[in-house]
Write a protein that binds this ligand. Structure first.
Ligand SMILES: [Zn+2]
Length: 722
């Protein structure tokens, strides 16, 4: 049997998985003509948002697939992910024809006009047919009432609300997305508006349990808050027709006879763009409330007289006040008592932590991880010393200094190591714990350490200490310099997540107090004990040494690599201020000048003030991005951030010619695309990262880790068993 196409790479599947994972909704817009395609694609690019373009079967027949090919062409040229979908295909022959001959990413196999048994049998057959061609599928358990543009009205058959049993039956057909009937109808809702059965939707989501994505049909005239509520209940694909095309329709009726055709078309596209953008703002709803004050709305408020301007300013400040602590308060509401902490699942913990790194404290989290690396490099340096001197514990000495400088004189080697570590860590941390990319990252990390651990060159305590730094440093740095602290629930989430990750890395917790004596009550309990142990370890092991100074000097060189030479002394002083006294003593840096300490205090206080009172929280769609979501043409991923050298960065026009790139050029640094293949602009494969001599090695070991993780792949509640 030939191997089936890999559906995990299917565009609609990937778009919707990301949406469900991150709690937003993707607008699936019906298009009837080229102007609609132009409008929805432009809106998606303006909003940096994914999109699904869909057509009715009528369109396939009417234009003999021309509009579908046009949509696919637009999607392939867009800078955001766009999938092409066939809505409500009730004709079996047409499903097959479309799957065979047209560039659809997904097809809704709608057999709901048949009786249940036949519906299921036909759905199953067509799902396999589509899957064999790499096309994902959607189906409708229950029956959504009403008809729409050539889709047969099922009103003569009784509309049936979807039950959890039906969800199960449809999942058994292998279908990828389900469009349940929960009181939604095709067509119009009448004066009362939609009345959805949210309790049922909730049950359906529970029953689906992440095995299929949930789709919402029949959204004509939906108020924003209803759409938002549906997203909160787990809907990731939102089919829209009038919500995006209403103004276009009005425009047609009112202006077709009065405008020049070209002007009429251009104006029409603008209507589509505006409505589509509004929908895209709405879909982010449960992630943040920014849509209630989207930039386009702000523009309307701010033009006007000084009085209005003042009002707007006050309104803005009040809004910042209301929204700034929203995310922090939301998690506290979710887990109101310490008792409730033990119910936190790994998935929830991961989600809370990702939000901290992507939107809440992106700058401080990433710099603190860099400084965690700083400490880790000191540890690695000790290990390398042990390796070269066949010793289990290194004592700082002159020869060690030589060994260390030999390894690290080359800022490029150090920079590559920092980049690789950063890539693996972010791949693991920012992907769902069961995502293949997270698992590959863990497998690679395990493999890179395995050789040293087996031979005792890296002790379990070294591993535990490193783990503790990656979770504790961001908490400490946030507390010291960011606009608010990581709250207790968030710390619990971080503890929960890292406890799992440590286990996944096979790091024993025997050194921790409660190990063996009943274990930990929750993630927070674990984190507190880890911190206590880690501090003790640090006091004993972080001693000052000339070698440390050399390693640290090179690490700071990476951080300051792209800063003009004239500012080096000042920057060095500021970095030195940022370090905790114990670390500073260990690496034998001079005490920073009084002026630098003062300057840093002012900068930190000013930033706190500005962020707390004047900045709206960063919306999710503007989250800090670390890597590409899609494989590039070379079958690799690209990284998006760099400090010293542009490792793994794709040399796009923007990346090469942005203001930042010009500044880097002026100090003689490299920007993406410079130096040929030196900085791997083609990207990385997770399983190839690490030192050059490990390249291409370890597949066997990594597969063993993957198998082990999938065997005890529990991603529910890590503290249940204790
Ligand atoms: Zn529908």
């Amino acid at each position: 049997m030939g191997s089936l196409p890999d559906l995990t790479q299917n565009k609609t599947v990937r778009i919707l998985e990301d949406a469900e994972r991150h709690g937003y909704g993707v607008i699936a817009s019906i298009v009837y003509n080229v102007e609609h395609i132009l409008g929805v694609v432009k809106a998606a690019e303006n909003k940096r948002s994914p999109l699904i373009i869909q057509v009715f079967p009528w369109q396939v027949k009417f234009s003999d697939g021309l509009l579908v090919r046009t949509a696919a062409d637009a999607a392939s040229r867009a800078s955001v992910p766009i999938a092409i979908h066939l809505d409500h295909c009730q004709d079996e022959a047409l499903v097959k024809l479309a799957a065979e001959t047209l560039p659809f990413d997904s097809i809704m196999v709608d057999m709901s006009h048949h009786e249940k048994a036949e519906n299921l049998a036909k759905t199953k057959e067509l799902v396999s047919y589509c899957h064999a061609r790499g096309i994902a599928t959607e189906a409708e358990p229950g029956r959504i009432e009403g008809g729409e543009d050539g889709v047969a009205d099922t009103a003569d058959m009784e509309g049936v609300l979807t039950t959890p049993e039906e969800v199960e039956e449809f999942i058994a057909t292998g279908v990828d997305f389900l469009a349940p009937a929960v009181g939604n109808v095709h067509g119009e809702y009448g004066p009362k508006g939609p009345n959805l059965d949210f309790a049922r939707l909730e049950k359906i989501r529970k029953q689906a349990n992440g095995r299929v994505r949930i789709v919402l049909h029949g959204t004509n005239g939906f108020p924003d808050d209803v759409t938002r509520a549906c997203i909160t209940k787990g809907v990731s694909k939102i089919n829209v027709n009038k919500l995006v095309l209403e103004d276009w329709n009005t425009h047609m009726r009112e202006n077709a006879s009065q405008m020049l055709l070209t002007q009429f078309m251009e104006e029409g596209v603008k209507h589509v763009v505006a409505m589509q953008e509004h929908q895209m703002d709405t879909r982010m709803s449960n992630v943040s409330l920014h849509h209630s004050f989207s930039p386009s709305e702000m523009a309307h408020v701010i033009v006007g007289s000084p009085a209005i301007l003042l009002c707007a300013a006050m309104l803005y400040l009040a809004l910042v006040r209301t929204l700034r602590y929203n995310r922090s308060n939301a998690v506290k509401r979710e887990y109101p008592t310490r008792e409730s902490y033990r119910n936190m699942t790994l998935e929830e913990a991961w989600k809370i932590q990702s939000r901290l790194a992507e939107v809440e404290f992106p700058t401080v989290f990433s710099s603190s991880v860099f400084f965690a690396l700083f400490k880790v490099f000191l540890a690695i340096d000790q290990v390398e010393y042990r390796l070269t001197h066949h010793q289990t514990y290194g004592i700082p000495s002159v020869s060690r200094l030589l060994a260390a400088t030999g390894q690290l004189t080359n800022v490029r080697t150090a920079s590559k190591r920092a980049a690789d570590t950063g890539v693996i860590l972010t791949e693991v941390l920012l992907h769902h714990p069961s995502d293949p990319r997270a698992i590959d990252g863990i497998a690679r990390m395990s493999f890179l350490h395995e050789r040293y651990r087996r031979t005792g060159k890296i002790s379990d305590e070294d591993m535990l200490y490193t783990l503790s730094l990656f979770v504790l440093e961001p908490v400490r740095w946030t507390k010291r310099i960011d606009w608010r602290e990581v709250n207790e629930v968030e710390r619990c989430a971080m503890g929960t997540y890292w406890c799992w990750l440590g286990e996944a890395m096979d790091i024993p917790y025997t050194a921790l107090k409660s190990h063996g004596s009943g274990g930990w009550a929750n993630g927070l309990h674990f984190l507190d004990e880890l911190e206590e142990w880690s501090l003790g370890y640090e006091v004993g092991n972080m001693v000052s040494a000339e070698t440390n100074k050399a390693v640290a000097k090179h690490t700071v060189d990476i951080a300051l690599f792209n800063i003009p030479k004239v500012l080096h002394a000042v920057s060095f002083d500021l970095v030195s201020c940022l370090l905790e006294p114990r670390l500073r003593t260990a690496i034998m840096f001079e005490r920073p000048s009084l002026l630098a300490s003062l300057a840093l205090k002012v900068i930190v206080a000013l930033r706190k003030l500005l962020v707390r009172h004047f900045f709206l929280p960063r919306p999710y769609f503007l989250r800090k991005r670390w890597f590409s979501d899609e494989l590039n043409a070379d079958g690799r991923f690209n990284f998006e951030q760099y400090i010293a050298h542009p490792s793994y960065i794709r040399p796009t026009f923007y990346k090469r010619w942005s203001l930042n790139s010009w500044l880097i050029r002026m100090v003689g640094g490299s920007v993406p695309g410079d130096q040929g293949a030196e900085y791997c602009p083609q990207g990385y494969i997770i399983t190839e990262l690490g030192p050059d001599d490990m390249r291409g090695k370890g597949e066997h070991d990594m597969q063993a880790t993957r198998d082990r993780l999938s065997r005890n792949g529990r991603i529910d509640c890590p503290f249940d068993r204790w």
